[in-house]
Design a protein around this ligand. Sequence first.
Ligand SMILES: NC(=O)c1ccc[n+]([C@@H]2O[C@H](COP(=O)([O-])OP(=O)(O)OC[C@H]3O[C@@H](n4cnc5c(N)ncnc54)[C@H](OP(=O)(O)O)[C@@H]3O)[C@@H](O)[C@H]2O)c1
Length: 429
Amino acid sequence: MTTPFRIAIAGLGTVGGDVVKALQSRGAELSQRAGRPLEVVAVSARDRKKSRATDVSSIAWHADAVALAQSNADVVVELIGGEEGAARAVVEAALNARKHVVTGNKALLARHGARLAMLAEEHGRGLKFEAAVAGGIPVVKALRESLIAHGIVAVRGILNGTCNYILTNMEATGRAFEAVLQDAQNLGYAEADPTLDVGGGDTAHKLALLSSLAFGTKPDLERMSVEGIERITTDDIRFAREFGFRIKLLGIARRIGNGIDQRVQPAMVRASTPLADVDGAFNAVVADADAAGPYFFEGRGAGAAPTASAVVADIVDIARGSIGPAFGIPAKSLKSLETAPAGAVSSAFYLRFEVLDLPGVLAEIAGHLAQSQVSIESMIQRGRAHGEPVSIVMITHETAQSAVERALKVIATSDKVRARPCMIPMEAA
Ligand SMILES: NC(=O)c1ccc[n+]([C@@H]2O[C@H](COP(=O)([O-])OP(=O)(O)OC[C@H]3O[C@@H](n4cnc5c(N)ncnc54)[C@H](OP(=O)(O)O)[C@@H]3O)[C@@H](O)[C@H]2O)c1
């Protein structure tokens, strides 16, 4: 009789609860795939009395999640969340106790991933995190194991369902960011404190992991520029449509020269390309595997079932004996990330200026742009009621981002310009 593979689960919330449910309801088939019986031997959460969708009364309960590391489990599944505190303590204790670890915790891994990967390898154990990026989409495994022959040139993705839901709804209804965010909160699609989502931080965590998997570098949040969607207006969305684009919050990591450029930012994506068609709370990732071509992954990036699906896949992988380094190459070989040189990042840009309707204002803006060698491909000017600011929108030719930033810094100081100019890069494809 094959020895069972023993599983301990820390965190029985949205994801943890569904992992237990999947292991209970589909146990026989999953055990066949694992090649040995799968058995949940211990669980932990904060409140034992809380009513839960899944019956865990027959499973050993630990009030202290760190104690799971001392249980007889083979794998500890961390589904508590947060980059420090209990989540970090459980993962470190489990690896130190020579347990495999499966987690969905992007915040923890984006901060401490390189060190935890090292700890896992020192103890000869697996550390898997498919659920940490894009929920049910198996993109971690694809980058770690499948798309390796030719190397990755770039990874781009819509990695935050809340932001994509908000942008899709702003476009569909013509309502402003704040109103749509409020709806999303009422419907439970956005957190009460939405900062991590709409400010781009959550996308940054996921991008740090994708970048590491793609380029063999340590996850690095410091060398990443991060901008959220708070400043996107319905005007921007309407103008984007006029130019044949849609606005998406993208996480982008790409090789430029000897460096890696990592950025989270709203971007203009050409309409009718696969990324532009990703609507609502869906996620998508495009991995450009050089000669092997671009690969497009789309699916549900969050929610109980999709995320639990990724967690269960990792558990079964480890039970089968597939361990391997967390980021695809030995942790000690992960390089520190070198940023791409400033000035090497270039694209066409959408620029919007809110200006006073006065003679000479257009010439002043065009003059500053020309001084920084930024040339304009097309322009739209929309008047408003007398005395109100007008919008001037320009699309530039391909140009260095640093040159556009330089020009905008000067333009923002003009007394004819009413708000910080808006700059959104146009994605080439
Ligand atoms: N939800 C998603 O769609 C999704 C998608 C991708 C990744 N993830 C990641 O998956 C992880 C879990 O997310 P979630 O949405 O399932 O979170 P959640 O619903 O808030 O559940 C968290 C669970 O952790 C337990 N917990 C909190 N502090 C604890 C402690 N000190 N010791 C033991 N247990 C503790 C809670 O206990 P009580 O139940 O007793 O309060 C709860 O069961 C996070 O890292 C998240 O980023 C989630």
